[in-house]
Write a protein that binds this ligand. Structure first.
Ligand SMILES: [Fe+2]
Length: 247
């Protein structure tokens, strides 16, 4: 079991093996993440101390709760970069988005270029309780338009628990899967942890992200770094975080 893990002489003592955090809510005041610029800078500094060297922030675009647009995200990104510069912190921060699969998303998909991660990857999420009935149709439409559907935290979609073949099906269809680092520590509960371990054991994971929203997440990422399941993820050689900016 887990024989495909990288062989380290010592366990990773930071998140530097990942390099890039590609899922977080560190931009100020536009979703349920950092409420203001001061917190954004604090969170970014904290993540850098844990070993991350660059960030692709992914604010929610969720029409019902966080109706973000390119403009709101660009403004928040610009303000964050300015504040980091003023604080003397040199770090690369980019911004994509985390799209909720709702009716609004289906409209956006047909009418507007999506905010993607490198490689034309579009980070998408859905309800933890049920998938949209037309999920595969939506994701197929994305692929036809040249996007790679990148499914955020598939381990949190508990509706898959009784039908794990679905994960393999997603993988076979060319969707990429992003695990949350804290999922494997049990932070979101034992079911989520076990689904995360299942994905890892079956080599279905392409990326790992913090999905950081607030200082509690930051603290936990520091405290649980030595967690044995989290270490398995950090040592998994199939992660593509480091190569993201080479796409
Ligand atoms: Fe998120």
């Amino acid at each position: 079991m887990f024989s495909f893990l990288k062989k380290y002489n010592t366990l990773p003592e930071s998140y530097a093996t990942l390099g890039i955090d590609m899922h977080s809510h560190i931009l100020p005041g536009i979703d349920d993440g950092a409420p203001n610029l001061e917190t954004s800078v604090l969170l970014i500094k904290g993540l850098m101390q844990l070993g991350f060297e660059a960030f692709i922030a992914t604010p929610h675009i969720y029409q019902e709760l966080y109706p973000n647009t390119n403009e709101t995200i660009e403004t928040a990104l610009h303000d964050t970069r300015k504040a980091l510069k003023e604080a003397g912190i040199q770090v690369r921060v980019e911004a994509a988005a985390e799209y909720m699969l709702d009716d609004h998303f289906e409209q956006l998909l047909e009418t507007t270029p999506l905010r993607t991660l490198p490689g034309n990857r579009a980070l998408i999420e859905m309800s933890p309780l049920s998938a949209p009935p037309n999920l595969d149709h939506i994701l197929f439409r994305m692929q036809l338009k040249g996007y790679v559907p990148l499914i955020a935290h598939p381990e949190r979609y508990l509706f898959v628990k009784t039908n794990k073949a679905r994960y393999h099906d997603w993988h076979d269809r060319g969707y990429e899967l992003q695990l949350n680092l804290l999922s494997l520590t049990g932070y979101y509960g034992p079911s989520v942890r076990d689904l995360g371990l299942y994905l890892l054991k079956n080599k279905l994971v392409h990326f790992a992200g913090t999905d950081l929203h607030h200082t509690k997440h930051l603290e936990l990422l520091g405290k649980t770094l030595k967690d044995k399941n989290l270490q398995k993820l950090l040592q998994y050689e199939g992660l593509n975080n480091k190569n993201l900016f080479q796409n």
